[in-house]
Design a protein around this ligand. Structure first.
Ligand SMILES: Cc1cc2nc3c(=O)[nH]c(=O)nc-3n(C[C@H](O)[C@H](O)[C@H](O)COP(=O)(O)OP(=O)(O)OC[C@H]3O[C@@H](n4cnc5c(N)ncnc54)[C@H](O)[C@@H]3O)c2cc1C
Length: 601
């Protein structure tokens, strides 16, 4: 007989039960959250099928400062199509394949978008999804530990405990270290009229601030979905199974269009298997793969599916459209008169690095408590604060030619996009949302466009098992996005001229101080803007079908079929002005409640 532990932990297809109540496709942030909540009920059996492997709790995952995105084994092997408006360059599609998904290797910034970001979801048709309805779930997901008032005062960390959760599975805290130059940045932003909010997570999501990290306050290790929503739960629950290295290839649907289970390929044996779901199949494969799986299962644009000989089950032409991410450029400056220690010292100065690593190992202090090449100090700035041309940019954005912008969108997607655009432009005009993010802890500064007007698409051109989807970001297809990037660059150049930063004597390396005229910027920016800040979303939005919707917002079930729901970041109509993980966890928490409700659990 097997030990109880073995019954809880499965590693091979042979160890699975014959069927489960729920099958969750994808064991990332959303998938594990939902699986955890469903298995709180001992009568519900849940299987999560995850494409990637379990990590080994290695330092590169657990120790923030040892994260190495170049050598991590947890990337999908996936490249975008050539990007027309980015000088035809192709890009790595930076999504994770591992139990825990993106949360295994992400930058650990844990914060929320603005109230207006989520209220816009409801205005666009996602009935029941707004800031107020999500707030209890932001709380539910989080266990916030404040920092000492002395450290907070010294480093301008502001927080309000009342806007945070204190019982949730995901740990949120502040690293107990920072590079001194961060103070100069704070003062420079203040000089430009960008304040530090009382707490960025109170629905404001604007200003210059420290975002909490998903950092365990005791161990100073990463708090992520694998630990918080699987390890924590599974030892006590024989009803919660996760099978790693299992690539779901399609959903099985019966003649009544009910999802009865899934087909998957065990990646370590190459064998294909099927497994049945007695209640529901729940898609949580992320915004790139969830639409791919739908299309492979006959749910999508009939034109495209017919050309691949896929039997059409539900005509949903919007599947895979409305693809959004946060395009980013790197503004790189060398500080000739830099403060020490600094982020470069961690790379170039072996003595400093060794000293800091020892400090981390022995006392859980120092620079390794911060994510490598990252940090959690950021500025989120509305359009009217970055440029005096905000009004004219908004006027020309409203007049953009949609057909040029979105050549192959079906009418329903157009309709939905029009509503999105007016909502976005109104919120931008009234400074209810931030338009740009500057992340900073040295001269290497990612500048991010938080509310792009360009829309990409996920599609498929083959039914071959394990073949990747086509990922077309279409970054900068909206001329407005390019115009805003010009203003973002000008604004951040102005930042570096402020009294607190000027003494560092920055020399601009990228794009280069000679790039000043509009024409020069328009030539150079498409060569340095990248399509992603690792935030793909919005490819199966929960709005009305006639407005480009794929999912019923009240039930999260896919239109036209039964027993099939979606819980990941594909659901959202619009990308929020925030790093996505906080919203992914909250949405998945609410999704779990909706699913439990319909099954009286
Ligand atoms: C490098 C990086 C840095 C980031 N930094 C931050 C940050 O600092 N702060 C922040 O808030 N957010 C950050 N993010 C984003 C955040 O991690 C994601 O938004 C979040 O993980 C998305 O959750 P999800 O459940 O939608 O998808 P994921 O977490 O990506 O999970 C999807 C899972 O589905 C699996 N899957 C896909 N296809 C299949 C299939 N066919 N069969 C079975 N399984 C499948 C994948 O392997 C994956 O594990 C970052 C992401 C990355 C990659």
């Amino acid at each position: 007989a097997r030990s109880p532990q073995l019954r809880n932990i499965v590693q091979r297809a042979e160890d699975l039960q014959a069927d489960y109540d729920f099958i969750v496709v994808g064991g990332g942030a959303s998938g594990l959250t939902v699986a955890d909540r469903l298995t709180e009920n001992p009568n519900a059996s849940v299987l999560v099928l995850e494409y990637g492997s379990f990590d080994s709790h290695e330092d590169a995952v657990l120790v923030p400062g040892l994260l190495n995105l170049t050598s991590t084994p947890y990337w999908f092997n996936l490249t975008s199509t050539p990007q027309l408006h980015l000088q035809n360059r192709s890009f790595q599609v930076t999504i994770a394949a591992a139990v825990g998904g993106g949360t295994c290797i992400n930058g650990m910034l844990f914060h929320r978008g603005a109230r207006a970001d989520y209220d816009a979801w409801e205005e666009l048709g996602a009935k029941g999804w707004n800031w107020d309805s999500l707030l209890p779930y932001f709380y539910k997901s989080e266990n916030f530990t404040p920092t000492s008032s002395q450290f907070a005062d010294e480093w301008e960390i502001k927080f309000d405990k009342d806007v945070h959760g204190s019982q949730g599975p995901i740990q949120a805290s502040y690293p107990p270290y920072q590079f001194p130059v961060v103070k100069n940045f704070f003062h420079a932003f203040h000089g430009l009229g960008i304040p530090t909010p009382r707490d960025p997570n109170d629905g404001s999501a604007q200003g210059v601030f420290w975002a909490p990290s998903t950092l365990d306050p005791e161990t100073k290790t990463r708090s992520y979905a694998r630990v918080a929503h699987y390890d924590r739960a599974v030892q006590q629950r024989s009803n919660y199974h996760v099978l790693p290295m299992a690539a779901v290839t399609k959903i099985m649907l019966d003649d009544h269009k009910r999802a009865t289970g899934v087909e998957y390929l065990a990646r370590n044996t190459g064998k294909t298997h099927t497994i049945c779901a007695k209640k529901e199949v729940i898609l949580a494969a992320g915004a790139v793969h969830t639409p791919q799986i739908l299309m492979l299962s006959g749910i999508g644009d009939p034109k495209d599916l017919a050309s691949l000989d896929i039997n059409i089950v539900s005509e949903l032409p919007a599947v895979g459209h409305n693809f959004q991410d946060h395009p980013t450029m790197f503004f790189i400056n060398q500080f000739q008169n830099d403060l020490t220690p600094n982020a470069d010292d961690l790379v170039r100065n072996k003595t400093f690095r060794d000293e800091q690593l020892a400090l981390y190992r022995n006392q859980r202090q120092g620079a390794f408590t911060i994510v490598a090449n990252g940090g959690n100090t950021v500025a989120f700035v509305p359009l009217p604060n970055i440029t005096a041309s905000a009004a004219s940019i908004i006027t020309s954005a409203a007049a953009e030619n949609l057909t040029q912008l979105y050549p192959d969108a079906p009418p329903s997607v157009f309709q939905g996009y029009r509503a999105q655009r007016s909502s976005l432009l109104q919120n931008a005009r009234e400074s209810r949302i931030a338009i740009q993010e500057t992340a900073f802890n040295g001269g290497f500064m990612p500048l991010t466009l938080l509310h792009p007007l360009s829309r990409g698409r996920i599609s498929i051109n083959t039914t071959t098992h394990l073949a990747p989807p086509l990922v077309d970001y279409r970054t900068l297809s909206s001329p407005t996005d390019l115009a805003i990037f010009r203003e973002i660059l000008r604004f951040n150049r102005k930042l570096l001229l402020q009294v607190p930063l000027a003494p560092l004597q920055p020399i601009e390396l990228v794009p280069g101080s000679n790039v000043t005229s509009e024409t020069d910027m328009d030539n150079v920016l498409p060569g340095i803007v990248g399509p992603t800040f690792q935030h793909p979303c919005c490819t199966c939005p929960m709005v009305a079908r006639e407005n480009g919707g794929v999912v019923n917002p009240e039930t999260l079930e896919v239109y036209g079929v039964y027993g099939l729901s979606i819980v990941d970041a594909s659901l959202w109509p619009l990308i929020p002005g925030a790093h996505l993980m906080g919203s992914v966890y909250a949405v998945a928490e609410r999704a779990a409640d909706l699913i439990k409700e319909r099954w009286n659990m």
